[in-house]
Design a protein around this ligand. Structure first.
Ligand SMILES: Nc1ncnc2c1ncn2[C@@H]1O[C@H](COP(=O)(O)OP(=O)(O)O)[C@@H](O)[C@H]1O
Ligand SMILES: [Mg+2]
Length: 318
């Protein structure tokens, strides 16, 4: 275990049963996260990109123990957390927080901004005054004014709400923030503002980020490294510079070529006839792959291989 790592994930898996029929029998599994491994150095950003349904939010939830993995290990600041009880996890809980995609549904509409931010705060033996002071400090950090305190979420724009979400995420002075599509629901000009804010905050507090997006462009400027995931598995992993300069996996290339399509929600297409037939055996990207298929592509799932120094690809043809 390298002590420079804030987070290390080994072979993480989460399958959701698909149940059908009168007796609600399990007829198969959605492999939402299917053997994911990576590590993140303190103060750095790992971008995770993949289209809707690829398992990004499931991964985020596993990382902060909202969900329990079926398999694998998660080391947060060197401590394996998957086996910790809720009580034991409390000590580590403060060091990581999550910002959700949708700033409209993630803030309770009945609460004032002050209450929303306080809610996420570890309440120590502070006076009311001190708490209020801390909330004001947080609001200022994210570029909101003092008069926001007594207002309600619906009085704010999307961008402002995401700022509130950020203030809440910062409340316990975390070291790692998991950003699950933090700007996907915002207009382009607002996106840029929030991305700039994220960069400022990272510098100020030496934060580490897991930055999840379905759009490669969004993570380009923030990420040190990028993982491209497809149906729960990492297809390509390299530095951001390398992956943009020299994308190697056919799926990554497809992401580059079809950027506008990716935002659209589409049902999880995990069982085309070809996939159904083969289940675990063939390369999971095969049904959508435009390369000429080779024997191995149908016989065995490729694993992530280092094809250039620091550049990992999961494809038989690279
Ligand atoms: N609680 C759940 N129960 C069953 N299936 C789920 C659950 N959460 C997610 N899934 C399925 O797992 C897959 C990955 O979902 P998700 O992690 O939300 O992907 P993403 O965030 O990349 O869009 C999808 O097929 C989704 O339908
Ligand atoms: Mg998601």
């Amino acid at each position: 275990m390298n002590t420079d790592y804030i987070l290390e994930v080994r072979d993480l898996k989460k399958y959701f049963p698909i149940r059908k029929g009168l007796f609600y029998r399990t007829v198969g599994y959605i492999k939402a996260v299917d053997g994911v491994s990576f590590s993140l150095v303190k103060g750095k950003t790992l971008g995770i990109v993949g289209e809707s349904g690829s398992g990004k939010s499931t991964l985020a939830k596993l990382l902060i123990k909202i969900l329990k993995p079926d398999k694998g290990e998660i080391f947060l600041l060197g401590k394996e957390i998957t086996h910790l009880s809720e009580n034991e996890f409390r000590k580590w809980r403060k060091s990581v927080s999550l910002v959700f995609q949708d700033p409209f549904s993630s803030l309770d509409p009945r609460f004032t901004i002050e209450k929303i931010i306080l809610e996420g705060m570890e309440l120590g033996r502070q006076s009311k005054q001190e708490k209020k002071k801390r909330v004001l400090e947080l609001l200022e950090l994210v570029g909101l004014t003092k008069d926001s305190l007594e207002r309600f979420p619906h009085e704010f724009s999307g961008g402002q709400r995401q700022r509130i979400g950020l203030a809440r995420a910062l409340a316990n002075a975390p070291e790692l923030i998991i950003l699950d599509e933090p700007v996907s629901s915002l207009d382009l000009s607002i996106q840029a503002q929030i991305l700039n804010l994220l960069m400022d905050l990272q510098e100020k507090f030496k934060l580490s980020y897991i930055f999840i997006a379905h759009d490669l462009r969004v993570i380009r400027h923030l990420s040190d490294e990028v993982c491209v995931i497809y149906r729960g598995k990492i297809m390509e992993h390299a530095t951001a510079e390398e992956i943009f300069k020299n994308p190697l996996h056919p799926y990554t290339k497809l992401l580059f070529s079809s950027l506008p399509l990716l935002g659209k929600k589409r049902p999880f297409t995990f069982q085309t006839p070809e996939e159904k037939r083969s289940e675990d055996k063939l390369c999971r990207f095969l049904p959508r792959c435009y390369l000429e298929k080779r024997g191995l592509c149908r016989e065995e799932e490729p694993s992530l291989r280092e094809v250039l120094p620091g550049h990992f690809v999961s494809c038989w043809q690279v």
